[in-house]
Design a protein around this ligand. Structure first.
Ligand SMILES: Nc1ncnc2c1ncn2[C@@H]1O[C@H](COP(=O)(O)OP(=O)(O)OP(=O)(O)O)[C@@H](O)[C@H]1O
Ligand SMILES: [Mg+2]
Length: 243
């Protein structure tokens, strides 16, 4: 038994400013096992990003309890949450993933530097090779296509092996085939490193690659399903070629 790495109890998030009041999450309770691959679906505005931000300590709930890898996030100060995030969470956003003023390689190594971690050069190259960005390592991010930049962000999140990877529509800027292929790489690498992977997506095919799929509606979990077969519908060879 791996145990739960993420525990949410009755999490509510209310955005309030002046006259406006919006309940983005309504008493959400969720447990995620260590090493699990979870996908989150739901219509626009249903609370997916809000949930990810709270899971990753980028935002705090209005009410409720959040614990990640044994740390109760709701007890931490903002500074402590930043330190926690650096160590524990790898974020992949849909856009603005990379720092534009440093090379792709420097972007990849940045979290390791912040954490004072050493990494073998071969490991960086191996991962870059797998994600088809090896020949781009010494270029500036804006000379890469959107999909290539996305893969750099994914490599960066995998490389320093945070226990949890949170990805908000990581395939949003990729065509469907490449998106599926990239997700397969993410899934395989995170499995190899024992990381918990949580992916927000609008694409049902991507969502079905996960071990478990939840669906949000108006800030509530309305569906929670475990899958048996995983990604077996996509052939490895096709995936390799499309990257
Ligand atoms: N900082 C904020 N201030 C006020 N309201 C917000 C804020 N962030 C999100 N909201 C509102 O909370 C609700 C949930 O937003 P959220 O970004 O979580 O949706 P989402 O499911 O990620 O949608 P999408 O698929 O479009 O990305 C929306 O109604 C949104 O307008
Ligand atoms: Mg969103």
């Amino acid at each position: 038994m791996n145990g739960n790495i993420i525990i949410l109890r009755e999490v509510t998030k209310i955005f309030e400013s002046g006259e406006s009041y919006l309940k983005a999450l309504n008493r959400v309770s969720l447990e995620v096992c260590r090493g699990e691959f979870l996908s989150i679906m739901g219509t626009s505005g249903s609370g997916k990003t809000t949930l990810l931000n709270i899971l990753g300590g980028l935002d705090t709930p209005t009410e409720g309890y959040v614990a990640v890898d044994g740390t109760c996030l709701t007890d931490l100060s903002e500074e402590e949450r930043t330190v926690f995030r650096r160590k524990e969470i790898g974020f992949v956003f849909q856009k603005y993933n990379l720092l534009p003023s440093i090379t792709v390689l420097e972007n990849l190594l940045l979290p390791l530097k912040l954490l004072d971690m050493e990494i073998q050069r071969e490991e960086v190259e191996m991962l870059a090779e797998k994600l088809r960005i090896r020949e781009k390592l010494y270029q500036m991010p804006d000379t890469l296509s959107g999909g290539q930049q996305q893969r750099v962000a994914i490599a960066r999140a995998l490389l320093y092996r945070p226990p949890v990877i949170l990805a908000d529509e990581p395939t949003g800027s990729l065509d469907r085939r490449t998106g599926t292929a990239v997700l397969e790489q993410m899934r395989d690498m995170s499995r190899q490193y024992g990381q918990t992977l949580i992916v927000v997506t609008h694409d049902e095919k991507i969502a079905k690659m996960a071990d478990r799929m939840i669906c949000l509606e108006d800030g509530e979990v309305v569906k929670d399903e475990w899958r048996q077969e995983g990604i077996s519908a996509v052939g490895g060879e096709t995936v390799e070629k499309s990257l």
